[in-house]
Design a binder for this molecule. Structure first.
Ligand SMILES: [Zn+2]
Length: 290
């Protein structure tokens, strides 16, 4: 760890871009296959140089799983892949689901380090359909998530979840039913009762750079124990406020670390160590663990 001091005279976004973190951090949720290959390599190199200790690369379908696996092999120990099917898409047919689940089981049989994800419920698809006055049948998505949760429990893998607002309770029910041990609600926003239920179950959340300007995110940080908290970017998802017009890379997660430290009243290095420690425990960044 370097002793570089953060220059208070520059903005969080500039500090993140300039690599002046001065502490280690992990981006616990990013879509690496949504960047072109050269960009992915250069941004990871830049992030590592600035103190990023690793990223969790989530997948959205079978093709994405293959790409993420290749990237993870190139960055062994620093990119932990997550294999799944993003819920904001139509549910695939049974043959494709079986293919994906079998492929994930084969990765397990080979002893690879990986997580299940990104999986969850189609909050935006459902609410957009409902707003347009169209019926939306969620049962296929619920069944698919049920199978991924069962797989995470069976293989004892962490699960990276796309779960928004009122979907939180449904997903807690499902995780409890299967006894999933490591559940990570990425970019979660929800009501207080659901948040308290998640804390009681020991489920994990990750905080994005929007914690600098989004009150819901700030409130989640105040309520949630730092031992169950990680940082993420969901890159290339764009952020607002000080990040307007700034390309999202793992660098931006370091700005979230700083803000969490402020909100929790902790020294930034203490907060950084706790946040990165959670990600390492959940996703097993150390070589040879899973
Ligand atoms: Zn995502």
């Amino acid at each position: 760890m370097t002793e570089t001091r953060y220059d208070q005279g520059i903005t969080e976004a500039e500090a993140a871009r300039n690599g002046q973190a001065g502490f280690g951090w992990i981006d616990a949720h990013i879509h690496l296959d949504h960047y072109d290959e050269a960009k992915c390599e250069s941004m990871l190199a830049e992030a590592y140089a600035a103190g990023c200790e690793g990223v969790v690369g989530v997948s959205q379908n079978m093709a994405s799983c293959l790409t993420i696996r290749t990237i993870a092999q190139r960055h062994n120990g620093r990119v932990v892949p997550a294999y799944g099917f993003h819920p904001e898409q139509p549910v695939p047919d049974e043959a494709d689901i079986a293919l994906l689940l079998d492929w994930i089981r084969a990765r397990h049989a080979e002893g690879e380090r990986f997580a299940i994800g990104e999986v969850g419920l189609p909050y935006f698809t459902r609410t957009n359909a409902e707003k347009a006055g169209q019926p939306f049948d969620e049962s296929g998505h619920l069944l698919l998530l049920d199978r991924f949760a069962a797989l995470a429990a069976e293989l004892d893998r962490p699960i990276a979840l796309h779960v928004i607002h009122e979907d939180g309770n449904k997903v807690c029910d499902l995780l409890e039913r299967h006894g999933v041990r490591r559940a990570h609600f990425h970019y979660f926003k929800g009501d207080r009762a659901t948040i308290e239920r998640m804390i009681a179950k020991g489920y994990y959340v990750s905080i994005t750079p929007d914690v600098l300007y989004d009150e819901q995110s700030r409130e989640l940080v105040r309520l949630y124990p730092i031992e169950l908290m990680m940082t993420e970017t969901d890159g290339p998802w764009p952020f607002e406020g000080p990040f307007q017009g700034v390309e999202t890379t793992p660098m931006l997660a370091s700005a979230a670390v700083r803000e969490i430290a402020v909100l929790k009243g902790l020294d930034v290095r203490e907060a950084a160590a706790a946040l990165a420690g959670t990600a390492k425990r959940v996703y097993g960044f150390a070589a040879g663990t899973r």
